[in-house]
Every structure is written in C-alpha cells, then in structure tokens.
Ligand binder design. Structure first.
Ligand code: B1M
Length: 213
C-alpha cells in the first residue's frame, strides 16, 4: 500500500494520531505536500462524505475524520504556505451562519496567506453582523471571503452577500465566495465579485480581485 493511501485510510478511520505520524513520515521521505493534501486527505474526505450519504457511517465518524484531517493539515501548513510577507492586503474570512464546516475554509485561508495576504478568520457559523463589524473595524480590509458547505446555508450566504452589498464600505471591498454547493452562476446571482472551486484557485482569485495580477 502506498504512503498516500495509508494517510487516506487513517483519515477515513478518523485516527488523528496516526495521520500525524504518517504525514510526518511521508514528508521526511520526500512526498509532495500538495499530493499528501489532495490525494491523501481531500480525496479521503470525499469518500467519508459518500459513506455518510449512503448511511455507512454517521456524524461521529464524520467528525473524527474531520479532526484527523485537521491534524494532518496542521503538520502540512508550513510546507504549503510559502511564508511570503503579508503585504498583498487584508482579508476577512468566515463560514456563514448556520454552517459548522471549516476544513475547506481553513485551507482557503492558508493558501491566501501563502500568497501574501493577512487573513482575519472569523471562524464558523458567522452571523452577518459579525462580517459587517469586522470590515468596519478593519478599514484596510480589501477582501471578504464567505464559505458555505450546505445546500441549506446557500440562503445564509446569499443574505450575507446581500447585506454586505448594501453597506457604505462596499466600494472598498471585493467579495469572494465558495464551498461545495456554490457555483459561479450562484455567486453572480447573489452579487459576489468572485467564486472559486478550490483553495488553490481561491488564492489566484484573491490576487486578481486585489488587482495584483
Ligand atoms: Co457535513 N455535510 N454535515 N460535517 N460534511 C457534507 C458537506 C455533506 C456533503 C455530506 C454528505 O451528505 N455527503 C452534507 C451536505 C449535503 C448538502 O447540504 N448538500 C453534510 C451534512 C448533511 C452535514 C450535517 C447536516 C449532518 C447532520 O448533522 N445530520 C451537519 C451540518 C452541521 C452544520 O454545519 N450546521 C454536518 C456536520 C459535519 C461535521 C461537523 C461532522 C463535519 C465538519 C467538521 C469541520 O469542518 N470541522 C462534517 C464533514 C467533515 C463533512 C464532509 C464529509 C467533508 C467536508 C470537508 O471538510 N471536505 C462533507 C462531504 C464532502 O465534502 N465530501 C460533508 C474537504 C474540504 C477540503 O472540502 O469543504 O468542499 P470543501 O472545501 C473546498 C471547496 O469547497 C472550496 O475550497 C476548499 C478547499 O479546496 N471552498 C472555497 C470552500 N470554501 C471556500 C471559500 C472560498 C473559495 C473556495 O472563497 C471564500
């Protein structure tokens, strides 16, 4: 069995300590950090999602897998982030109200930091007012990123973007959105400035929206 497959199995099993050991080992043996992340962990979470959908596993197992992936991402973080100085601008980021998923949002934050932005992460289940207050409290913020993972929280994402769009600070910020049920068409419909499908694209989009490329 390959090293990457062992990591994927440990993520699926939700054994965080084993994930930590296997990720360290794979890095020491020269595996590509992006490959570990995508093939070892993101793909494994896809399998976990499928198993949940077909009632093979339930929420506690899904939670254990999420904890295991987070442990692996913690170890990968210094290898994925390039450590460029934070000079590209400031971003406010959060998962919208009603939604507790944060692995994807955290990866997006990490990738955006790695291209030089300072990211203020408001966390999960972020009410509209908290996004607004954060932008007001950070007059140098130029980007707001909102993540939504549930079909049911697409509505919350819409309400958040609509509320941000009506604020006096709107002209100084760009809003980017993402998450598994979100599409470019939905982003356009709710009045966001940009959408990206994954964390790597999110970093490129952030640079574009900030006028850096
Ligand atoms: Co939940 N969950 N979950 N869950 N969960 C999904 C999303 C689901 C698809 C599983 C399934 O049914 N197959 C399903 C949603 C169905 C739907 O709405 N269409 C689901 C459900 C139903 C639920 C609950 C309702 C279950 C229940 O309680 N009955 C519940 C809801 C809780 C809530 O939020 N209110 C729930 C709970 C949970 C846990 C807490 C147990 C746990 C989350 C733990 C955590 O995040 N800390 C969990 C997990 C782990 C998942 C799955 C298995 C994995 C999510 C994940 O981390 N993916 C997920 C199934 C799946 O995705 N295959 C599932 C890996 C991650 C890297 O990908 O998050 O898509 P993703 O992020 C990507 C892109 O989307 C994009 O870039 C990221 C990185 O490449 N992206 C952005 C994300 N945000 C972005 C923002 C951007 C740009 C790009 O700009 C700002």
């Amino acid at each position: 069995m390959s090293k990457i497959q062992r990591i994927a199995d440990a993520v699926e099993m939700g054994t965080a300590k084993q994930v930590a050991v296997l990720v360290m080992k794979a890095l020491n043996e020269g595996c590509d950090p992006t490959e570990i992340l995508n093939r070892g962990m993101v793909d494994a979470m896809g399998v976990v999602g499928e198993k949940y959908r077909s009632n093979e596993i339930f929420v506690p197992e899904m939670l254990a897998a999420a904890r295991a992936m987070k442990k692996g991402v913690e170890i990968l973080r210094p290898y994925l982030a390039t450590g460029k100085s934070a000079s590209a601008g400031k971003m406010i980021l959060g998962t919208v109200a009603g939604d507790l998923h944060d692995i994807g949002k955290n990866l997006v934050g990490m990738m955006i930091e790695s291209v030089g932005f300072e990211v203020i992460d408001l966390g999960i289940d972020v009410p509209i007012e908290k996004f607004i207050k954060a932008v007001e409290a950070n007059p140098d913020a130029i980007l707001v990123g909102c993540s939504a993972l549930l079909t049911t929280t697409k509505r919350s994402l819409r309400e958040t973007v609509v509320a941000l769009n009506s604020q006096p600070f709107r002209s100084r910020i760009k809003i980017m959105v993402g998450g598994a049920p979100i599409t470019q068409a939905f982003a356009d419909e709710i009045g966001a400035d940009g959408y990206s499908e994954n964390a790597a694209e999110a970093a490129e989009l952030a640079k574009r929206l900030a006028g850096l490329v």
